[in-house]
Design a protein around this ligand. Sequence first.
Ligand SMILES: Nc1ncnc2c1ncn2[C@@H]1O[C@H](COP(=O)(O)OP(=O)(O)OP(=O)(O)O)[C@@H](O)[C@H]1O
Length: 584
Amino acid sequence: MSTPSTSGFNTLQKLWPFLRPYKWVLAGALAALVVTAGTTLTMGKSIQLLIDQGFIGESLEQLNQTLVWMFVAVVFIAGGTFARFYLVTWLGERVTADLRQAIFNKIITLHPSYFEENRSGEIMSRLTTDTTLLQSIIGSSLSFALRSFVMMLGGLAMLFITNIKLTLIVLAVVPLVLIPIIVFGRRVRTLSRKSQDSIADVGTYAGEIIQQIKTVQSYRHESFEQVAFSAEVEKAFSVAKQRILQRSTLISVVILLSFTAIGSMLWVGGYDVMNGNMTGGELAAFVFYALLVASGVASVSEVLGEVQRAAGATERLIELMDEESLIQSPTVPAPFLASHAIHLTLDKVSFQYPSRPDTAALLNVDLEIKTGESVAIVGPSGAGKSTLFELLLRFYDPQQGQILLNGTDLKALSLDDVRHQMALVPQQPTLFSSDVWHNIRYGKPDASDEEVKAAAKSAYALEFIEKLPQGFDSYLGENGVRLSGGQKQRIIIARAILNDANILLLDEATSALDGESEFKVQQALDKAMENRTTLIIAHRLSTVKNADRLIVMDHGEIVDMGTHADLMKTSSLYQKLAERQFSE
Ligand SMILES: Nc1ncnc2c1ncn2[C@@H]1O[C@H](COP(=O)(O)OP(=O)(O)OP(=O)(O)O)[C@@H](O)[C@H]1O
């Protein structure tokens, strides 16, 4: 069985790839450390000379010489400490920056279902809290511990040189000091992970409430949420309390043991000085070294507690970094010829969401879509219409059957090629908290201002954008709160038009808009659909009538297919859906 401290260090070893690029900085810091520690150790001998020859021997020359040497030594110590502190703190900041980047790079490529299982607040907490903890540990605690460790070893050597008998007394205490370190260290580590987890819960909770602030306030749930949040905060506090108790106990036990040893040593040493077996200077030097060793042991033990905390944080980070996306580009993707001729085939596609393995969201779906065709998908709520889009965009892979793009399985093509072919206009338009430029240009980052404006014009968005206080430079607020639903949609459509993908995936939401707004969005959509293969989740009959073909879905299956007129005659489900629409 490994002790908690070694397994803590084992976990920390996994951070080595992040430190390796800066091994020269690390080496510089270590060199500075050795210089400072070595110089500090000579101070004990200087004190001995100062007392025995300067004070007791009453030699002014010796006094001067020793003090000059001590001054030189202090200059070295100051310089070395500067270098060590600067380099190590730099290292902590640099490594944390790299870690954050690596984690973000990982997160952004993970399959969407990962985010169903893991709450966003928790992921955010790893990116911020856990990395900050590591920064403080790499950047300061570890340097402190290393310095203490080197001083401890050096001090110990000097103790032996100065007086063996007294040293043995000091050493008898060391195992006594190690026992609490091992016992409490393990507890601190477990509690530390728990503590980080509960801090993440606090962040997640607050994040969700802030996002839903209007729901919270309209239902007058403020005080209810305050109570619930306070429970989360208190939970985090009580875990932290346990952790602090363990750490404080550890520190105080170590201090108590160390100073008991120094007390007994002083007694024995003082007795020897009185008997003339030892000079006063020797005892002073010995006490100096013993203090170095004791404070070294104390701070190493304190930092070992920190290391356990860091190991907890590292575990969580490594876990996230080891996560593999379930949706991957093949290593050698099949070649895909970009052209406007697009042929989509769904071949006996069945799919269950990973969180609901027993319910088929899609069942045996067979479908052919040709270039330029517009296909409307209708069906009751929960029929699987949006799921179809999720599979086309490869947010999920079907468990049975395959989806072919121009005859090649989506899984064989590079993700880039697949997604480059598609532009999605979702039912709930979501915008980035930035200006209009950024939001439209998201469809094509290298688009010129003219292209962005042209896309906005095609999407019938130009007129309202120009009326905004700063036109295209207007900040749209978080998630575009400063725009109406119809305006947000037209921005999204402009983005899709700019993207100029061959396949347009429209999840219509015009049902939520008033007549005027709906008319404009419809115009924008008609423009976007020109010369494109389009799949529309249709909620309104006007779209349905314009489509080349209609697909009726129910319980994940395609139950009927045809034109509006055909289906009015043959499909009872379609008749029902149409009746409901007309009566509305
Ligand atoms: N992420 C998910 N995890 C698990 N089940 C899901 C998920 N998303 C959708 N489902 C389920 O899959 C089924 C099909 O959902 P889908 O969103 O495709 O329906 P829809 O036809 O688009 O409905 P609507 O018209 O209401 O948007 C539903 O039963 C739904 O509850």
